[in-house]
Design a protein around this ligand. Structure first.
Ligand SMILES: [Zn+2]
Length: 243
């Protein structure tokens, strides 16, 4: 245990963090839906913070066009499954962390099972379809979900606290199926920035350290560095969390 704490000394000396918050991280599991530019950065920082376990779902193989933003990946391994490449990156960042990797998309029939036992879920898939499946599973399983996304120089993040704050279906009622998965621009430093903020929110939810977002959305525009907080309202008629 002494060597475990040694690695995290610099975060444990923050005011109101200490051994107590560190042990909460060690005893927690986080589900990460997508380890692209955003979710991959979140996963890397949670691994380095000493999270006990990551459960990761990301389908498909590495392509050259992923390499402007995906820090867990490797230019020498184009064509290989991304979940397999990420395992090697995690071993270097935190060899003691438990890992569960799934080379799958988030579907209505598999998502609730994937997130069971996790304290927080991160929504970072490129399609609304998979995000909405994760949202519904998180509300059903009563697991807080951090919803984060980016487009060009802008990004947002909010937390779905099931039956307490707005869920993704409260926000976007219709199922969006015409979203072009690879049609939007990404500067890696922007997806990485919102990925880091998502990791901070996960640490806050797990440890009680600092002040999580609650019912507010955080929005940032990195073209001018402006940020804002927007109060989100639940939809009482939401088909996922209403009634
Ligand atoms: Zn809802």
């Amino acid at each position: 245990m002494e060597s475990y704490f040694r690695r995290y000394k610099r975060q444990m000396i923050m005011d109101n963090f200490g051994e107590e918050a560190q042990l909460k991280l060690k005893n927690s599991s986080v589900f990460i839906g997508g380890i692209g530019g955003l979710g991959g950065t979140t996963a890397a920082y949670l691994a380095m913070a000493g999270i006990g376990k990551l459960v990761i779902a990301h389908s498909g193989n590495l392509t050259e066009t992923n390499m402007n933003r995906q820090i867990l990946m490797d230019c020498g391994r184009i064509g290989e499954p991304r979940v397999e490449i990420a395992v090697d990156a995690f071993k270097k960042l935190n060899p003691d962390m438990e890992l569960e990797m799934h080379n799958v998309r988030l579907l209505p029939e598999n998502t609730a099972e994937l997130i069971k036992g996790c304290q927080v879920a991160v929504s970072a898939r490129p399609t609304f379809y998979e995000r909405k499946n994760l949202n519904r599973a998180c509300v059903q399983e009563n697991i807080p979900m951090i919803e984060a996304a980016m487009d060009g120089m802008t990004a947002y993040m909010f937390t779905v606290n099931p039956h307490k704050t707005a869920c993704l279906d409260c926000m976007v009622e219709k199922d969006v199926n015409d979203w072009e998965e690879f049609g939007f621009g990404v500067l890696g430093a922007v997806s990485g920035t919102i990925g880091c903020l998502t990791a901070i929110e996960a640490v806050k939810i797990i440890t009680g350290f600092g002040e999580p977002l609650g019912s507010k959305m955080f929005y940032m525009d990195m073209s001018n560095y402006r940020t804002k907080h927007i109060e989100l309202k639940r939809n009482p008629d939401c088909k996922t969390c209403g009634g």
